[in-house]
Design a protein around this ligand. Structure first.
Ligand code: ADP
Ligand code: 5GP
Length: 224
């Protein structure tokens, strides 16, 4: 099947630490003539080496109040406002590329009501793997990682809005599945909605019952 990538828009989400940024950057680096990351606006401060206009457009909270009609979607994530401008999508399309939106579940819920978009939710093999990746990334302290794990539970609970699901187990394998879906239209390598939601249920069970999370919860409560 030949895919008219230029005419598609993809929204890719995942709880923090699953590996969506890694996968999206790999897709763009391997296909710079086909894809562009949609650069979001955010009210959060730049982190580390992040550059304005490259990683995000760093703006004030007032920006979002004053530019409501220019935004395709906005959402408050981990206490900061984020949003995709309509202009950004048009800019990428005018360059003949396919926009990749790395946005959260609240944003996807708004976008699917406004424009045709293909939605992918990336899942960890287990929450424990995700937790170890967050530790390995070493960008967040323990309370922040705990907050991200709790947010993951909330995000996974809303997974029903996505049409396609990808498990990021072995990176190369997950990347190949994502690339064959987006570049060649092979959706049999991803999970469909029914399979994806079954997988999400197992992750929710892990969140509610796994001994390692119970132990962690006690540790966090002891710290507060
Ligand atoms: P997200 O953007 O979803 O928060 P990142 O892309 O920053 O996640 O990945 C979180 C950490 O996990 C990073 O250190 C990354 O190198 C690592 N990582 C991503 N995918 C995999 C994978 N399949 N196996 C092992 N580590 C991974
Ligand atoms: P970070 O601050 O770590 O870069 O991003 C935090 C979260 O915000 C991620 O889950 C990311 O997907 C989400 N995010 C980034 N940009 C946008 C956006 O424009 N809209 C929405 N809804 N979420 C975004």
């Amino acid at each position: 099947m030949t895919i008219d990538i230029k005419n598609n828009i993809y929204a890719i989400s995942a709880p923090s630490g699953v590996g969506k940024t890694t996968l999206i950057h790999k897709l763009i680096d391997n296909n710079p003539d086909k894809f562009m990351l949609s650069i979001s606006h955010t009210s959060r401060a730049p982190r580390g080496q992040e550059k304005d206009g490259l990683d995000y457009h760093f703006v004030t909270e007032d920006f979002f109040t004053n530019h409501k009609e220019a935004m395709l979607e906005t959402a408050t994530v981990h206490g900061n406002i984020y949003g995709t401008s309509m202009y950004e999508i048009e800019r990428i399309k005018s360059l003949g590329r396919c926009p990749l939106l790395e946005i959260d579940v609240q944003g996807v819920a708004q976008v699917i009501k406004k424009i045709p978009v293909i939605t992918i939710f990336v899942l960890p093999p287990t929450l424990e793997t995700m937790w170890l990746r967050l530790e390995g990334r070493a960008t967040d302290d323990l309370p922040t990682r705990w907050k991200r794990l709790c947010n993951a539970h909330g995000e996974i609970a809303q997974a029903g809005i996505y049409s396609h699901f990808l498990i990021n187990d072995k990176l190369d394998l997950a990347y190949n599945k994502l690339a064959s879906f987006i570049l060649e239209g092979k959706d049999t390598l991803l999970l469909n909605k029914e399979e994806g939601l079954k997988y999400c249920k197992n992750l929710m069970d892990e969140f509610n019952n796994a001994p390692w999370i119970k132990k962690l919860r006690l540790e966090i409560n002891g710290r507060i």
